[in-house]
Design a protein around this ligand. Structure first.
Ligand SMILES: *[C@@H]1O[C@H](CO)[C@@H](O)[C@H](O)[C@H]1NC(C)=O
Ligand SMILES: *[C@@H]1O[C@H](CO)[C@@H](O)[C@H](O)[C@H]1NC(C)=O
Ligand SMILES: *[C@@H]1O[C@H](CO)[C@@H](O)[C@H](O)[C@H]1NC(C)=O
Ligand SMILES: *[C@@H]1O[C@H](CO)[C@@H](O)[C@H](O)[C@H]1NC(C)=O
Ligand SMILES: *[C@@H]1O[C@H](CO)[C@@H](O)[C@H](O)[C@H]1NC(C)=O
Ligand SMILES: *[C@@H]1O[C@H](CO)[C@@H](O)[C@H](O)[C@H]1NC(C)=O
Ligand SMILES: *[C@@H]1O[C@H](CO)[C@@H](O)[C@H](O)[C@H]1NC(C)=O
Ligand SMILES: *[C@@H]1O[C@H](CO)[C@@H](O)[C@H](O)[C@H]1NC(C)=O
Ligand SMILES: *[C@@H]1O[C@H](CO)[C@@H](O)[C@H](O)[C@H]1NC(C)=O
Length: 815
């Protein structure tokens, strides 16, 4: 009954709308503020709008399904002060925007004269001017796709035309309220081999890299997929990148945000919102030349920067203080014709702005050519499809190299003596080959001897930390061996698991501090014995967990098994866990806002890695402040990841009877029904964010006489516009940072929403935290009604939440 009325009104409205919509204007017509053009298929609308809090009126094109998704703006620099704007098309085919004094606010400057011009809004979102007498493609006089703003639409080009010298590039808005050109641009740089870059002013800020036949070198995630098709065209006339949608009923756009980060968005009908499909903001290695010249960046490694083999750090002092920008230089100077090349695999190719290329040359010819020219520093294939083809040469410094599992090969010039030093010498000039054969025979013998020695060594005193150290080589260590410690070594290191060495009690057993014979300090997790898991299964799982490597995850150093005793050995974190700071009256003063936002960002990236980027897709299931450890420079590291998977028994399915986790951090669907998903981790993350901002525990917190928990309090302050009240007083004066803090609270509230489908995924969270994009309004958090309120209060959302009784029960059980 209730639904008939809105439905009727809706039908009436859409009828009125349909009857009034047009998609074209001709010289005798005009569009006033309040009137719009609608594309024939009903996807796009053109008209006047005011973005965000702005009062100015702009002429733009937006999606009708979500009118705040503006894809193009005409007068981005010249807003009209009030609703007096009028759009007209002149007899010559010029589109002109006038204001109240009939002065031209904006004009398309259509270049060719037309006999009978027609302006039409197409279903691709393109506004075109055509000469109506003639409908071939030649009579296209002007199109908005040639004047991109901050959005790249399917079918729109990003690149350059050398004949017309037209440059298609995106420029960010100044802010979400102001579509004027901001300081960032996303373009194809055509110095040397064309490459995709985002620039801040005239400086490169991030680089997608050159096209390698499949994708931009730095964005392997662009690889074939069911949603998009990509094309990169490069010939004498033009260079451009374009994408099209495989299924035309899917909506997608790529937005370049005011912060200089781009996001590729897909419309989800189910949630009625834009979901982030991919984004440029993944980790610190995305910053251009973060590690300087001749160094590789790898966010999963600590430290993230390392010199290429054969190169040494320019200013070791700065490297130690985590400023990498000086980069590295050659240990041994080049000797020109007598040099050779060392092959590096799995890299994102360095900056190609001073490079040379030839599409038909083979790799062998390429090597010869590079060797001949003394200023050539590296070479590689141009196109990596099939066996690889083409030749790309670099001159001068090699900048902005990163390690990437899906990356490609590059051959870097080194002095011959350096090549001799290299055990991985696979590729060098011909003259050297004889020497290499002899050399490698010796090497093999050496390795054999080393192997025997290390075997004996391991047997005797187990781990020495040597096995892995020497393999800090580009490409990652796929088949690394995880050291096995024997029980006695660990018992000695922890003084027989003495109470004095106990660091705490985790979800899966106690944790001890230990000191190995060599002085290395480690944390030992002694697992409770009731997992019922076999030894081989255990070993396999541990090896899988060890492969998860990320700057924001605690590193597993080894493990130990003896009969029923299973232990995991981790790196030791001197600053203990996050809860020992934020919930402690005096220690909380040590964490200023800068530390806190750094910690929130780090946890978000670590969790994103677990959810999306690692090959295992781990749901943590017990994310909480005591599971976030802090290293000596306050970098957060998530611990206990993968354990739920290993020790959860029957819990590999999305529903479980035995609930691991901690009350206060568990989402309603998990606590109530045992349903877990990445969205239950997102909930815990949201709780954590609110705890970090407020310095208060979710579970224990009581707000005066009200029985609201932290989520309830945050929500109430939010809707009362008092969110700043939530902030931990220890953070100090917040005036200058209030926007950033409010944004954090906002993101936290989005994460703790009652319904899992309303919560953002972690890639969206990372983007939201790092950009200034508009955020959706949060809905009521889960557990809002806990104890204090009658259930009727909380049932405003359509889906019936877990009943209050059940929640109280689970909560009581947890105490
Ligand atoms: C109209 O344009 C003129 C000239 O650019 C400008 O002086 C005037 O303020 C504008 N009026 C409005 C309402 O924007
Ligand atoms: C716009 O402003 C001008 C003066 O600034 C005024 O004359 C005109 O009536 C206004 N138009 C509308 C539609 O508000
Ligand atoms: C603007 O032009 C229209 C007709 O094109 C005219 O009726 C109106 O008086 C003009 N207004 C001003 C302020 O010149
Ligand atoms: C049209 O030409 C004017 C004057 O040369 C210029 O200011 C304006 O930016 C041009 N408009 C477009 C869309 O290029
Ligand atoms: C141009 O349009 C007319 C009708 O609008 C159509 O009959 C004709 O085939 C079209 N020509 C081309 C080249 O598309
Ligand atoms: C360049 O490529 C475009 C798109 O494939 C094509 O239309 C154009 O004719 C090509 N130009 C040359 C000179 O090959
Ligand atoms: C295209 O997308 C729509 C909406 O997501 C879906 O219903 C339809 O099945 C898809 N078509 C194909 C051929 O995949
Ligand atoms: C590219 O290499 C081929 C074969 O080696 C050669 O014939 C051609 O002239 C080269 N092109 C350029 C532009 O150097
Ligand atoms: C080496 O290559 C650079 C850049 O292409 C060129 O300027 C220089 O003349 C070349 N030198 C020789 C000896 O070929």
């Amino acid at each position: 009954m209730l639904e008939t009325k809105p439905l009727f009104v809706f039908c009436l409205l859409s009828f009125l709308r349909l009857s009034a919509t047009i998609d074209t204007i001709i010289p005798s017509h005009s569009i006033r503020d309040g009137e719009t053009l609608v594309s024939a298929g009903g996807t796009f609308e053109l008209g006047f709008f005011s973005p965000g809090n702005s009062k100015g009126r702009y002429l733009g094109i937006w999606y009708r399904i979500s009118t705040d998704a503006v894809v193009w703006v005409a007068n981005r620099e010249t807003p009209i002060a009030n609703r007096s704007g009028v759009l007209k098309v002149t007899n010559e085919g010029d589109i002109v925007l006038f204001n109240n004094t009939n002065s031209t606010v904006w004009s398309s400057n259509t270049s060719r004269a037309a006999a009978s011009p027609v302006v039409k809004l197409l279903d691709s979102g393109n506004l075109v001017v055509k000469d109506g007498n003639d409908n071939g493609s030649k009579n296209l006089l002007w199109q908005s796709f040639d004047y991109p703003c901050d959005t790249l639409m399917p079918g729109m080009k990003l690149g350059k035309n050398f004949v017309t010298s037209r440059d298609w590039f995106l420029t960010s808005w100044k802010s979400t309220d102001d579509p004027a050109k901001g300081e960032f641009s996303l373009r194809i740089d055509t110095h040397g081999l064309p490459q995709q870059v985002s620039m801040k002013g005239d400086k490169i800020k991030a680089r997608g890299g050159p096209w390698n036949g499949l994708s931009f070198s730095g964005y392997p995630r662009l690889r074939p997929n069911p949603v998009f098709k990509y094309e990169f065209v490069m010939n004498k006339t033009e260079v451009y990148y374009v994408y099209t949608l495989v299924n035309s009923s899917v909506f997608s756009r790529l937005v370049f945000y005011p912060s200089g980060v781009w996001g590729r968005l897909i419309w989800r009908d189910q949630t009625h919102s834009w979901e982030i499909y991919s984004t440029s903001q993944v980790d610190q290695c995305e910053n251009y030349a973060y590690c300087g010249a001749y160094a590789t960046c790898n966010a999963n490694r600590s430290p993230v920067c390392a010199c290429l083999q054969g190169f040494v750090s320019k200013s070791p002092k700065n490297w130690n203080s985590v400023d990498w920008s000086d980069g590295c230089f050659r240990r041994t100077p080049l000797e020109c014709n007598r040099d050779g090349f060392l092959k590096f695999t799995n890299v994102k190719l360095p900056d190609t702005s001073s490079s040379w290329f030839n599409i038909t040359m083979s790799l062998e010819e390429c090597e010869k050519l590079c060797l001949k020219n003394c200023s050539c520093t590296a070479y590689s294939n141009l196109d990596i499809r099939e066996k690889g083809s083409g030749c790309l040469l670099w001159f001068g410094n090699l900048n902005d190299i990163r390690v990437d599992q899906d990356g490609q090969d590059i051959y870097i010039r080194l002095a011959n003596s350096e090549l001799d030093n290299s055990e991985k010498n696979r590729h060098s000039s011909k003259i050297k080959q004889v020497r290499i054969i002899v050399g490698s025979a010796l090497l093999v013998m050496g390795i054999l001897i080393l192997g025997v020695i290390s075997y004996v060594w391991k047997k005797k005193i187990s781990f020495k930390g040597i096995t892995r150290k020497n393999y800090n080589y580009v490409g990652g260590n796929e088949n690394m061996e995880l050291p096995v410690f024997d029980f006695m070594t660990i018992a000695n290191a922890t003084c027989n698991f003495s109470g004095n060495n106990k660091l705490g009690e985790g979800g899966f057993g106690p944790v001890y501090k230990g000191t190995l014979q060599e002085g290395q300090v480690v944390a030992v997790k002694r697992l409770s014995t009731n997992s019922g898991q076999g030894m081989n299964e255990f070993k396999n799982e541990v090896l899988l967990i060890a492969k998860l490597q990320h700057r924001n995850l605690v590193k597993l150093l080894g493990y130990s098994v003896q009969e029923n005793e299973k232990m995991l050995i981790y790196e030791y974190m001197p600053n203990k866990s996050l809860d020992s700071f934020i919930f402690d009256h005096s220690r909380s003063k040590l964490l200023n806002w800068h530390n806190r936002i750094h910690i929130i960002g780090g946890i978000a990236r670590g969790l994103l890695y677990l959810h999306q980027d690692s090959r295992l897709r781990i749901i943590h299931r017990d994310l909480k402040a005591s599971n976030i450890l802090l290293d000596d420079t306050m970098n957060p590291k998530i611990s206990d990841f993968g354990l739920a998977r290993t020790f959860g028994g029957d819990q590999t399915e999305a529903k479980t009877k035995r609930i691991v986790g901690t009350h206060g951090y568990m989402s309603p669907e998990y606590a109530g029904y045992g349903q877990f998903s990445i969205k239950s981790d997102v909930f815990s993350f949201g709780v954590l964010v609110l705890e970090i901002v407020s310095g208060k525990r979710n579970r224990e917190f009581c707000h005066f006489d009200d029985h609201l928990n932290l989520l309830g309090l945050a929500w109430r302050l939010w809707i009362e516009d008092q969110a700043m009240e939530l902030i931990d007083k220890s953070i100090g004066d917040m005036f200058t940072l209030s926007d950033q803090v409010l944004r954090c609270i906002h993101v936290g509230l989005l994460c703790v929403q009652q319904r899992p489908e309303d919560r953002p995924d972690m890639s969206s969270v990372v983007l939201m935290l790092s950009s200034e994009s508009l955020l959706p309004k949060p809905r009521q958090p889960g557990f809002y009604s806990e104890k204090a309120r009658p259930i009727a209060d909380s049932s405003s959302t359509k889906h019936e939440p877990v009943s209050t009784n059940e929640i109280s029960m689970t909560l009581l059980e947890g105490r």
